[in-house]
Design a protein around this ligand. Structure first.
Ligand SMILES: [Fe+2]
Length: 197
């Protein structure tokens, strides 16, 4: 569907985020909006949003609200590039622009999931999801949604669009073998900051 601009999408999402609704209701409301945005002209996507990095997947900022509000990034995955196992500390809505995005989910089995504990974390691999262009996936926190996402080595480049409920400049990275996690800073490319006007 054409005629749904990035500015309108952001405005609609900000209204949802400010609604005070549960995160699961917020992502439920935003899911069809992301699907509609992906089905439009996508003319908000500029060459800088398709930047790649040779050594790891690329995060390219599309929009960031002031303070700790919404943020929107393209993630560009060259074949064989993956995130670490991670969480987000917020809700998120992910749409696929091109390629196949693979998502490996993890389940945290230790009963005491106090937010400050970074050791003795019992993670098991859960199901796997393969998302094609136009697909939309969501997650909500508390307990954290833990997964890793990427592009299989034998597939072409994948590009996806990620909306988060906060500026995602850090997140927990998990070592599922050691049962530990650490907070890491998340760098991004910011060639053109798409501030909402
Ligand atoms: Fe993620």
């Amino acid at each position: 569907m054409s005629g749904y601009s990035l500015e309108t999408f952001i405005s609609d999402c900000e209204n949802q985020a400010a609604s005070g609704d549960e995160p699961s209701d917020i992502v439920r409301a935003i899911t069809p909006l992301m699907h509609r945005l992906l089905g439009g002209t996508r003319d908000f996507l500029k060459p800088e949003h398709f930047q790649t990095e040779p050594d790891h997947y690329a995060r390219n900022l599309v929009y960031a609200a002031e303070g700790t509000g919404l943020s929107l990034y393209t993630l560009v995955w060259l074949p064989g590039q993956w995130t670490p196992v991670h969480d987000h500390g917020t809700w998120g809505v992910v749409g696929v622009i091109e390629g196949l995005l693979e998502e490996q989910n993890y389940m945290r089995l230790d009963a005491d999931q106090t937010p400050e504990r970074d050791v003795d974390i019992d993670l098991r691999r859960g199901g796997l999801v393969l998302l094609s262009p136009g697909s939309v996936s969501t997650f909500v926190p508390n307990p954290d949604h833990i997964h890793k996402t990427g592009c299989a080595a034998d597939r072409p480049r994948c590009v996806s669009l990620h909306l988060y409920g906060r500026t995602l400049n850090s997140f927990h990275s998990y070592d599922d073998q050691a049962g530990t996690r650490s907070l890491i800073q998340a760098a991004h490319n910011e060639t053109r900051l798409g501030q909402h006007e």
